[in-house]
Structures are given as structure tokens and as C-alpha cells.
Design a protein around this ligand. Structure first.
Ligand code: NCD
Length: 309
């Protein structure tokens, strides 16, 4: 008998216990081998309808949820706000109620407003998965990051992880800052003062990249999220690269000898990370993150729909 999952929705990492997180990672693990096989068709979500409701652009996340749902046999329908009645002024709740009236069994939501998936979860009749809300959370990203680290490093407990770049505007950082301490990793934040959060929740913060990544086992780079920033904050990109861009020389000078590099994407080569380093399969786990992402989303979709089958 599969173990029941004690949550109706996946809205953030906050609500998850260490055991809940480990359950998701453990259930995701076998889907990686499954994805490498020739025929990738499971039927456990057969007959269920999954709506991917994206009010914001996405490459990886939308496609990953679509692939995950299809590999489990779900009927997947994607709703794009661009070109919809959202542009005619329909409210988030009215859009959600309209979609809910089509009786989906799970809704995956991305929205530029923090808390939007939580609002939708209040009014719809099915589980809701947060696929990124404003500067809030992106729980499946933090889960796939954790699974990638565990697979590369064999553990998460005691790992030294430096998250670098635009932390303030990053929901990826937001979710990782909640998840990694729950699994016993030692976190550090690194970035220019204007891009560090006001409240780091006790996590040590550094404004110097070399100091911040010293001894790190994992260096996670983040994009500058210009779309979430007042113009005043962003200086020149060359200047940012000189101070905060990760190069091989910097990594090898300061981080642990076997440190790995991660990035949730989309990356800006030559800004926060050098392309040459990002392309090195020994050092970079960036494409592995994409692979574990499908597996984590399969586990999440499976767990949240168990009582509907
Ligand atoms: C991130 C996001 O949308 O929050 N991308 C992703 O989902 N992999 C990070 C970003 O946009 O920079």
C-alpha cells in the first residue's frame, strides 16, 4: 500500500515536514530510471485531468509538468493567460472558478502575484500545485534541487550550499531557504546588498562572492530578475559579472575541490555564470536538475491525486 501524503495541496515548503520532503524525494527517485527507459507510459493517472494554468512565461516548468502528467497517463490541458480573458480584465478567482467548473483533478498554477495559488486553492475543488508565485515560493524547484544534490553528493545533511545572485526576487531561493535547513544543509546567501533579502531568517549572508562560496559543496547561481526589480537596483551587467559572476577560476579558488554548480534556469551566460563552466558535465548539474524535475513532478502529481483514484 502506498503511504498516504498528509497534504491536499503543494503550495510551499513551509507546510512540509522533513518526512514529507523525504517521501517526495524517495518517490521521485525511481521515476528517473523510468524516464531513461524506452517506453515511458505509466497509467496511474489515467482518466484524470490535469490543468497547467500559467499566468507567467515559463519554459522548463510548464513543459516539465506537462511531460510528468502525460507519463503518468493524465489528460493534460495547458491554459495560457496570454490570449485569454485575463487580458480582458477577468479576475484570478473568476478564471480559477471557470476552469474549476470543467472539473480538473489537479491544477498547477504559476502567477506573478505572491500568494495567487493559495487564493485559488481556497475556492477550487481539486488539489493545487504552486509552480511559482511572484517572489514567494517555487516548491517543486526546491524539491528537484534537493534531489539533484542528494544524487550528486550522496546526502544533504551537512552539505555546504551557497545560493548566489538575486536572492531578494527569487522564489527559487525562497523555497530553498525553507527546504535545505529542514534537511540539515548549511546554507549561505551571497549577493549585492540590494539583492539580498531584508530578513535572511538567520542564514549567513555575504556580499563578496569569493568569501561566500568558500568551502561550498554546492554553488547555486540565480539569474537577475529584472522583471521584478525597480530600475534603480540594476547596474551594468558587466559590473555584475565582474563581482558576482561565477567562473571556473573562482569556483576552483574558493569552493570545495569537488564542488558542483547548479542553476534553475533560465541562465544568462556571461552574467551570473560563465557558459564554459555551465557546460562542464563534471561540475555542472544544470541539465540533471531538468531531469530530476520531471521525476519530482511525477511524484507530486501521484501523491496529490491518490485519493481520487
Ligand atoms: C525560475 C522561476 O521561474 O522562478 N525558473 C524556473 O522555474 N526554473 C527562476 C527564474 O525565472 O529565474
Amino acid at each position: 500500500m502506498p503511504r498516504p501524503f498528509p497534504h491536499r495541496h503543494l503550495l510551499g515548503i513551509e507546510q512540509l515536514s522533513r518526512d514529507d520532503i523525504l517521501q517526495i524525494l524517495d518517490e521521485a527517485e525511481p521515476w528517473i530510471g523510468f524516464g531513461r527507459g524506452r517506453r515511458k507510459q505509466d497509467q496511474r493517472l489515467a482518466g484524470l485531468t490535469q490543468f497547467n494554468v500559467f499566468f507567467e512565461n515559463s519554459t522548463r516548468t510548464l513543459f516539465s509538468f506537462e511531460v510528468a502528467g502525460k507519463r503518468l497517463g493524465a489528460q493534460v490541458a495547458n491554459f495560457h493567460a496570454i490570449g485569454s480573458s485575463v487580458q480582458k480584465g477577468e479576475s484570478l478567482i473568476d478564471t480559477a472558478l471557470t476552469l474549476d467548473a470543467m472539473r480538473p483533478d489537479v491544477m498547477v498554477i504559476r502567477h506573478s502575484e505572491t500568494g495567487a495559488p493559495h487564493q485559488v486553492a481556497e475556492v477550487v475543488g481539486c488539489p493545487v500545485v504552486n509552480a511559482g508565485d511572484g517572489t514567494g515560493e517555487h516548491p517543486t524547484q526546491a524539491l528537484l534541487d534537493a534531489l539533484t544534490m542528494r544524487r550528486r553528493k550522496g546526502r544533504i545533511e551537512g552539505l555546504r550550499v551557497a545560493i548566489c545572485g538575486d536572492i531578494r526576487h527569487s522564489r527559487v531561493a525562497g523555497s530553498n531557504m525553507k527546504l535545505l535547513p529542514k534537511l540539515g544543509a548549511a546554507l549561505r546567501l551571497v549577493g549585492p546588498p540590494a539583492l539580498l533579502p531584508d530578513d535572511t531568517g538567520g542564514i549567513p549572508a555575504f556580499t563578496n562572492l569569493d568569501e561566500g562560496i568558500e568551502g561550498a559543496d554546492v554553488v547555486m547561481m540565480l539569474r537577475i530578475q529584472r522583471e521584478r526589480m525597480e530600475a534603480s537596483v540594476s547596474g551594468s551587467l558587466q559590473d555584475f559579472h565582474a563581482r558576482y559572476g561565477l567562473t571556473r577560476a573562482r569556483l576552483e579558488r574558493s569552493a570545495a575541490p569537488d564542488a558542483i554548480v547548479m542553476h534553475p534556469g533560465p541562465m544568462n551566460r556571461g552574467v551570473e555564470i560563465d557558459g564554459e563552466l555551465a557546460d562542464d558535465p563534471e561540475r555542472s548539474a544544470i541539465l540533471e536538475q531538468v531531469e530530476t524535475g520531471v521525476a519530482v513532478r511525477m511524484a507530486v502529481l501521484d501523491l496529490l491525486t491518490r485519493d481520487r483514484r
